[in-house]
Design a protein around this ligand. Structure first.
Ligand SMILES: Cc1ncc(COP(=O)(O)O)c(C=O)c1O
Length: 516
């Protein structure tokens, strides 16, 4: 069993969680607004305290129902006696700004009329009125303004990227979290290694060598907050503005965002049943600086890159001095064959940056992923990472290290492979019986999503918006294209849709399609 190494004198440095609990309880209190007391102004202190609170409430910096500090805590904070604070509080209570709840403290009143809390009194500027004066970086406006997609409004069937959370062993996970928060050590509170904790990297390296045929050891592994940060670090290390980058067409839009923000020129390379069409990429841009690929389970079409294309891609990278960024995001879940070995494992020229994530095997909010870095680039990645966020947080690395080392991870994957396999079978069968050959199904061999392509003439975005009103989450395939969409269809996530819900959701899907 692997345990976190404690480098410093244990009995002196160990901190008991209880210490924090006790001091937190004592200090537990609301926040006060900024109160700049002016003792020389001649205005009584209680009046100054009163005005600070009433202005914060009217200006909506303190919201209805928000707790305010106890009079004792505020007096201590302001270094004045309690009397002026008590006077101010009783005035605020009398005027209805505050209310008290027996035994739990003083709060901003929940019954202040809306019109009374006018925005007009605060320093609110209408940003939209003068957009030209709001200067932001050129890099940031390379991305479209963030808006929540209309088809993601409700929590319904076919959500992409959602998992069977009900099958996650939360009891075990919680007990491991407890283990690590009950006994906190100074070493785990300080800045850690920018690569991540050594024990955890060791554990990941042995998992990747065994399960994914990745050629690596712990010194090449950098722990990051998911694939997204992995891409961001990688782009900062390897790419300059103006560099050409091959991306899969259709492909993963969040990878596209990273390369776009890095100022790169995206070269959409078509994907077919054999994965990325390497010869098309070479014809379009032989000298591209990098290629981003999902060879084990192409996102979104779900195909596996053929062996000949893999070798062709590696050969191109070697000859042109280009980088391959391999995103191996969900390969643990294959239903009809053994997991596919990584592209990185075939590489003899250290041209592949391998990226993995725990978003699919655990849950996305754990925000843990890793990069396997060619040995000679480790120092460069470290410098960039340190400039970005210094090091990854400690707690979940320690918890997940134990979760893997004690066998829970492997067990969880084995169990959920059966769960997702069943959901996939039910979905494929329901699609066949409801929609027959009117739609084409792609990529049902692995992962937690598949793609259905629509008959000619139907627009996936229109249908997705319609479906969202009924609580169906149909991610439009056309969104995955950089250029004109060659196919219209939907990405259907089945990770969080139970076998019982699936037939009904597919009937709904059929009705949406037939309504057009
Ligand atoms: C292609 C691809 N890569 C990576 C991820 C996971 O990203 P992250 O690790 O940042 O959660 C996803 C999630 O859906 C994905 O579709």
């Amino acid at each position: 069993m692997l345990r976190i190494v404690v480098a410093i004198n244990d009995h002196l440095q160990r901190l008991r969680y209880n210490h924090y609990i006790v001091s937190m309880r004592k200090a537990a209190s609301g926040f006060s607004p900024v109160i700049a007391l002016d003792r020389k102004s001649g205005k009584p202190l209680h009046k100054q305290v009163y005005e600070a609170f009433s202005a914060a409430i009217v200006g909506r910096n303190l919201r209805a129902g928000q707790r305010v500090p106890s009079s004792r805590a505020l007096a201590l904070e302001l270094r004045i006696s309690r009397i002026p604070v008590l006077n101010a509080y009783s005035q605020l209570l009398a005027e209805g700004y505050f209310e008290t709840r027996r035994g739990s403290g003083t709060f901003v009143s929940t019954s202040l009329p809306d019109q009374w809390i006018s925005l007009g009194r605060g320093p609110v500027v209408s940003f939209q009125a003068r957009p030209e004066r709001r200067l932001v970086s050129r890099r940031s406006i390379l991305l479209p303004f963030y808006r929540r997609a209309p088809w993601t409004g409700k929590w319904g069937a076919f959500i992409v990227g959602q998992l069977a959370f009900e099958h996650f062993p939360f009891r075990i996970w919680s007990s491991l979290v407890n283990r690590h928060v009950r006994t906190v050590r100074v070493s785990s509170l300080h800045y850690g290694d920018p690569m991540g904790s050594e024990d955890f990297r060791d554990t990941i390296a042995s998992y990747l060598r065994t399960a994914r045929a990745v050629n690596c050891d712990a010194s090449q592994i950098m722990i990051v907050s998911g694939s997204q940060q992995a891409l961001e670090v990688t782009a900062r290390v390897l790419l300059d503005p103006g560099d050409k980058v091959w991306i899969e067409e259709p492909g993963y839009w969040l990878a596209r965002q990273v390369f776009t923000m890095a100022g790169c020129e995206l070269v959409p390379v078509p994907v077919d049943e054999g994965g990325l069409q390497v010869s098309a990429g070479i014809a379009q841009s032989r000298k591209a600086r990098a290629a981003f690929v999902t060879p084990s389970h192409q996102f979104p079409l779900g195909v596996t890159m053929s062996a000949s294309r893999r070798l062709q891609l590696l050969d191109w990278a070697h000859r042109s001095g280009s980088w391959i960024i391999e995103d191996d995001y969900d390969n643990e879940y294959r239903y009809e064959s053994m997991p596919i070995a990584s592209l990185q494992g075939l590489d003899r020229n250290s041209r592949v940056i391998y990226i993995g994530t725990f978003s699919k095997t655990l849950f996305p909010s754990v925000r843990l992923g890793y990069i396997v870095i060619p040995r000679d680039l480790v120092g460069r990645f470290l410098a960039v990472r340190q400039a970005m966020d210094i090091c990854p947080p400690h707690l979940y690395q320690a918890v997940l290290n134990d979760f893997i080392a004690e066998g829970h991870f492997a067990r969880h994957i084995r169990r959920t492979r059966l769960v997702y396999g069943e959901r996939r079978n039910v979905l494929v069968e329901a699609l066949r019986s409801e929609l027959g050959t009117s739609v084409e199904v792609w990529g049902a061999e692995a992962g937690m999503h598949l793609v259905v392509t629509l008959p000619k003439g139907l627009r996936d975005r229109t249908l997705s918006e319609l479906a969202a009103l009924q609580g169906l989450w149909l991610w439009p395939l056309s969104r995955c294209y950089l250029g004109p969409a060659r196919r219209q269809g939907f990405i259907l996530g089945f990770g969080s849709t139970t076998p019982k819900q699936i037939p009904k959701a597919v009937t709904q899907l059929r009705r949406v399609i037939e309504s057009q």
